[in-house]
Design a binder for this molecule. Structure first.
Ligand code: LLP
Length: 463
């Protein structure tokens, strides 16, 4: 098992050797429902539509590049998580995947809570009117100002990440005359990515307090002594883009072990555990993600079994899916600018965006799919690399894919599964203007985050 492979990178169990590509898909016009948002289909002219709106109309109305988000799909996925976990558990959508005020309102309406990890995310949630007690506040280095704002607002929980933070939050809460509900984030020595997990010695990272050496138990002991803190439970987050539940199994086993130690030493049974996020989605047809109901069943069974063995009351479980809700619901719509065949190598297809709207390929070696969406084509498949317009050769959006050989400038292509960690990680590199997010539903398109303008860029440049 490799320890260096990145969470969100290729499925490292089966990466193809250099220069060897998977066979082209049988039908280049097909849209695999695994990787495309639920309402995506082609109309009778072969133009892709989503939420009842076709991509040519979208490109005319909002321009390209644009993130096109299927609102019905987002809501359905949020609801599926909520329903799967039922009333005895809580689902906190991880806002870092993608957050806007419209999204906060959808989550609110679908009965989900929200995990925020910065003052900016907190401000977005509060300004959209989400009840503060439905917000969990994360982060390994929350500033005193952020903590103060969260405590004042009355967030439902702050997830404490270090010994210093226990004292800092306790102090600020006392100053504000409040008793703050908190969880302690622990590192359980499990690192889970894609199809593999490593169950030992992954304490060497910045988040949480290690279980090893009794440190997490000591943190809980200290927090329990502070009157301004109400310690409601333990938090663990083990990784990203996970398909295999065994990492959660080990994590749950270790977290329950800690609950047992706390009960034995302090006579306190903490009522909640949070198992974090990290559930994988399909970026390509090769990926096989688990459904929320399977995940809920597996996690609930693991925790119940472990608690029975430890003679503990089963705590209330919470989870924090981000990618699994937002990821599959959006695609990035680009216009092809140039098509450059490199003899004996591949064809470079340049689009009007790039690493500024999707850094994941450059950063994590992430894999994506791509399709021609403004028309169908019967042309032969050609091996392409979809690249952006940035001044950098690593500016790759889709490393290896097949598109029809008659692809031409002006065609619209789309990269599916870009709903998570694309707009939220977008940059202004080369003074690119960050693309809008357009929500489509029942034949209507609504811009929920507008495109940046040159005025936006210049407003920050005070000269
Ligand atoms: N909860 C906590 C405490 C987290 O740190 C994260 C993600 C989540 C929940 C949500 O994880 P999800 O279900 O979305 O995998 N930028 C990377 C992903 C970083 C994830 C950081 N934490 C990427 O593009 O793949």
């Amino acid at each position: 098992m490799s320890r260096s492979a990145h969470p969100a990178g290729p499925r490292h169990a089966d990466v193809l050797p250099e220069g060897h590509y998977a066979a082209p898909p049988v039908d280049l016009n097909a849209l695999d429902p695994k990787v495309w948002a639920q309402t995506v289909t082609r109309d009778e002219d072969g133009v892709v539509t989503v939420g009842g709106v076709d991509v040519k109309t979208l490109a005319e109305e909002v321009g390209t590049p644009a993130y096109v988000l299927d609102e019905e799909d987002f809501r359905a996925r949020a609801r599926a998580w909520r329903t799967a976990f039922g009333h005895d558990a809580d689902v906190f959508y991880a806002g870092k995947a993608f957050l806007s005020r419209a999204v906060v309102r959808w989550l609110d309406e679908e009965g989900l809570n929200l995990d925020v990890c910065s003052g900016g995310e907190l401000a977005t949630a509060l300004s959209a009117g989400l009840a503060p007690d439905r917000i969990a506040f994360h982060g390994n280095n929350k500033t005193p100002a952020e903590i103060r704002r969260a405590v004042e607002a009355g967030v439902g929980r702050i997830v404490l990440d270090s010994f210093q933070e226990i004292v800092r939050v306790a102090h600020l809460a006392r100053e504000l005359g409040k008793r703050q509900r908190v969880q302690i984030r622990v590192t359980v020595g499990v690192e889970a990515h894609t199809h593999e997990f490593i169950a030992t010695a992954h304490e060497d990272q910045k988040f949480g307090i290690p279980l090893a050496g009794g440190q997490a138990a000591e943190a809980v002991r200290r927090a329990l002594q502070l009157d301004s803190l109400d310690v409601i439970g333990i938090h663990s987050h083990i990784g990203s883009q996970i398909f295999d539940m065994s990492g959660f199994e080990v994590a749950a086993h270790r977290v329950v072990g800690l609950l047992k130690d706390i009960r034995d030493e302090h006579g306190v049974e903490l009522p909640e555990i949070d198992l974090g996020g990290g559930l994988g989605i399909a970026y390509t047809s090769e990926d096989d993600p688990r459904e929320p109901h399977e995940i809920a069943k597996a996690l609930t069974e693991i925790v119940t079994r472990e608690c029975e063995a430890a003679r503990l009351r089963t705590p209330r479980i919470s989870v924090e899916p981000g990618r699994a809700i937002a990821g599959p619901t959006a695609f990035t719509l680009y216009e092809v600018g140039t098509v450059k065949p490199l003899e004996g190598l591949r064809t470079y297809v340049s689009v009007d965006g790039g690493m500024s709207d999707n850094i994941r390929t450059a950063l994590y070696d992430a894999e994506y799919s791509v399709a021609l969406v403004s028309r169908t084509s019967d042309a032969e498949p050609m091996l392409v690399r979809v690249v952006g317009k940035h001044c950098e050769s690593g500016d790759i959006v889709v490393k290896d894919a097949f598109l029809p050989a008659d692809l031409a400038p002006g065609d619209l292509i789309a990269v599916p599964a870009t709903g998570a960690y694309c707009r939220s990680m977008a940059s202004n590199y080369n003074h690119a203007l960050r693309p809008p997010v357009v929500a489509v539903r029942e034949g209507e398109a609504r811009v929920i985050v507008r495109r940046e303008t040159e005025e936006d860029l210049l407003r920050l440049d005070v000269g």
